[in-house]
Design a protein around this ligand. Structure first.
Ligand code: UDP
Length: 310
């Protein structure tokens, strides 16, 4: 039985990972400060003999014996990570150092949840891993973008300096059940607005694009990366290459939810990337992974989840 630490384990992705890894017969230690994570996502695991919950911040040092670490802890939606930007950078950087120290001490494998945000507002489209990005280092998204870029740097320096067993994934926009209804992301915002009959708030003219991956596809890719050959560290893009404008997303959601909501246009936030689509050739080749759930199919269970929530 493997002992697996998941930081940010009460969040959207972390909690889905807790479920899957407990089900597969591992001993899971979930660490979360509940800043954006939610106890309700993991409550059903509290009485499981192979699940532990640590209410702790990833920036505090930690010593537990583990075989694997999934480092997911960090607020990930722009309104949340911008609410306390210095805390976001600290979480990315100090959290990464703590977890790399832990992994090195126990010779554990560590998988870092990096992000497509390392590409910033990309000048190359679609984005392969070798693209070095176009990030505004002093903008309002930098606390997250640069924090995550520095976390990647730390991973590769620990590998070079201390032979730490690192794996880095770059996660593109992901959606599905367990998303926080209030976290301000586009999929949750639009579905909640449509369900409540409120205006659908498209920022800018809605021509900016994103690629949306269903959470189950992503979790499969994450686990394959952890189990990939020892000398493969990535970084590897994980996302769905289907690309949609934000206006198309609003229309898709309105087609699926009978609603009196109408689309309204609001100011585009600063530094909002204009386009985003992953090149996933590396994930296909190294992990034998590609997403199997199209946006139109993944929206149904996501809408059901939010309906139940309401
Ligand atoms: N967005 C929008 N309306 C909303 C929330 C977001 O039009 O109510 C836009 C946002 O400006 C961005 C895209 O949707 O262009 C994706 O935003 P999200 O916050 O989900 O993720 P990220 O910008 O980090 O990709």
């Amino acid at each position: 039985m493997k002992r697996i630490l998941i930081t940010g384990g009460a969040g959207f992705l972390g909690s889905r990972l807790c479920d899957r890894l407990v089900k597969e017969g591992n001993h899971v230690i979930c660490l979360d400060n509940l800043f954006t994570g939610n106890e309700k996502n993991i409550k059903h695991l509290f009485h499981h003999p192979h699940f532990e919950f640590l209410l702790k911040d990833v920036t505090e040092p930690l010593d537990v014996a583990v075989d694997e670490i999934y480092n997911a802890a960090c607020p990930a939606s722009p309104p949340h990570y911008q609410k306390s930007p210095t805390f976001t950078t600290k979480t990315c950087v100090l959290g990464m150092i703590n977890m790399l120290e832990l992994a090195t001490r126990h010779q554990a494998k560590i998988l870092q949840f990096s992000t497509s945000e390392v590409y910033g507002d990309p000048l190359i489209h679609p984005q392969p891993e070798k693209y070095r990005g176009h990030v505004n280092p002093i903008g309002i998204r930098a606390c997250y973008d640069e924090g995550k870029r520095c976390a990647e740097t730390l991973c590769f320096d620990y590998r070079r300096e201390f032979v730490t067993r690192i794996k880095v994934i770059r996660i593109f926009n992901t959606y599905g059940p367990n998303m926080d209804s209030m976290d301000g992301r586009v999929v949750s915002n639009f579905i909640m607005q449509a369900l409540k009959g409120e205006d659908i708030t498209v920022y800018g003219d809605g021509s900016q694009t994103r690629s949306f991956c269903y959470v189950d596809d992503l979790v499969e890719g994450i686990i394959r990366m952890m189990n990939s050959r020892e000398d493969f560290s990535g970084p590897v893009n994980l996302g769905n290459p289907g690309e949609f404008t934000i206006k198309e997303l609003a229309e898709l959601i309105l087609e699926r939810i009978p609603s009196k909501s109408k689309i309204v246009y609001k100011k585009l936030p600063k530094d909002d990337p204009m386009q985003r689509r992953p090149v996933i050739d590396l994930a296909c080749r190294e992990l034998g992974w590609e997403p199997s759930i199209e946006l139109k199919d993944g929206l149904a269970p996501t809408i059901s989840y939010f309906k139940e929530y309401l």
